[in-house]
Design a protein around this ligand. Structure first.
Ligand code: URA
Length: 267
């Protein structure tokens, strides 16, 4: 029998749960999904109203834009948020919009982390290791990103959400083409609409310019708090760049401190 990928399995599980619900079954155990780290008690208790009108962790109202609002997720309960992400992941797994990427990928790389995360990191696209394992940022850049999150920001990696501009590995780790980023954009927006992070950190210029739809070098985009549909966005260097240019780690740390100040984690 053909072995199911984890993504397909998630899809079938979510369909199965729907069938059970349609059949009137109300009480069944939650099925943990690959990308869904268990929400922390704070996340579960966070009232829907505070998720809709974000305040910074310091209690200050966000200046960033209740007005530009992201499409509100329909009263997302615990299961609904996880199921919504599983459905996007299933669509991603079937996507064939970018012929060169489809021909070269081992599998799609959807995203990983907590569906209730306040902070989302966006990278460029999967590399060889990510393509092999189906999880973003698990290679050398991923180890550095994990250190930035856990040793620098003192947050658990499992408490944030991590995804990429494109969900298939560009061959030879080339930059994703603009057309590929555009084709994958609905998946990125749909993911952000479900997770609704208060804060986004763009890793490198591909992530920053694609998310914010600006044409500027990363050096000009860092040091500023941008807005994307009500999420505060900080841009910094990509971990792969930092591995090649360790001197830039000082500036990356300044960027993380800016982000932490916005989050009320750093004075
Ligand atoms: N680089 C990225 O931009 N994303 C990954 O997932 C891994 C490396």
């Amino acid at each position: 029998m053909e072995k199911l990928s984890k993504t397909s399995l998630n899809y079938y599980l979510s369909e199965y749960l729907e069938d059970l619900k349609r059949a009137g079954v109300k009480d069944f155990r939650r099925t943990p999904l690959r990308f869904a780290a268990p929400p922390s008690p704070t996340d579960v208790e966070r009232p829907a109203a505070s998720a809709e009108s974000p305040k910074s962790a310091s209690g200050k109202p966000s200046e960033s834009g209740a007005t530009q609002s992201r499409k509100p997720a329909p009263s997302a309960s615990d299961d609904e948020r996880e199921r919504a992400l599983a459905q996007i992941a299933a669509q991603v797994a079937c996507c064939s919009l970018c012929p060169e990427l489809v021909a070269n990928r081992t599998q799609t790389v959807f995203g990983t982390g907590n569906p209730y995360a306040e902070l989302c990191f966006i990278g460029e696209g999967p590399g060889a290791e990510e393509d092999a394992r189906g999880v973003p940022f698990v290679g050398r850049s991923g180890q550095l990103l994990t250190d930035m999150i856990e040793k620098g920001m003192k947050i658990k990696r499992a408490d944030v959400f991590i995804c990429n501009v494109v969900r298939c590995r560009p061959p030879q780790n080339r930059n994703p083409e603009r057309s590929e980023a555009d084709a994958c954009r609905p998946f990125l927006d749909a993911t952000l609409d479900v997770v609704r992070p208060k804060y986004i950190c763009c890793l490198g210029s591909i992530a920053a310019t694609n998310l914010l739809r600006v044409d500027a070098p990363i050096g000009k985009l860092r040091g500023i708090v941008h807005d994307y549909k009500g999420s505060k966005v900080v841009c910094t260097y990509h971990p792969a760049y930092l591995l090649r240019n360790p001197a830039a780690k000082k500036q990356a740390w300044e960027d993380l401190q800016l982000l932490m100040r916005e989050m009320g984690l750093f004075k």
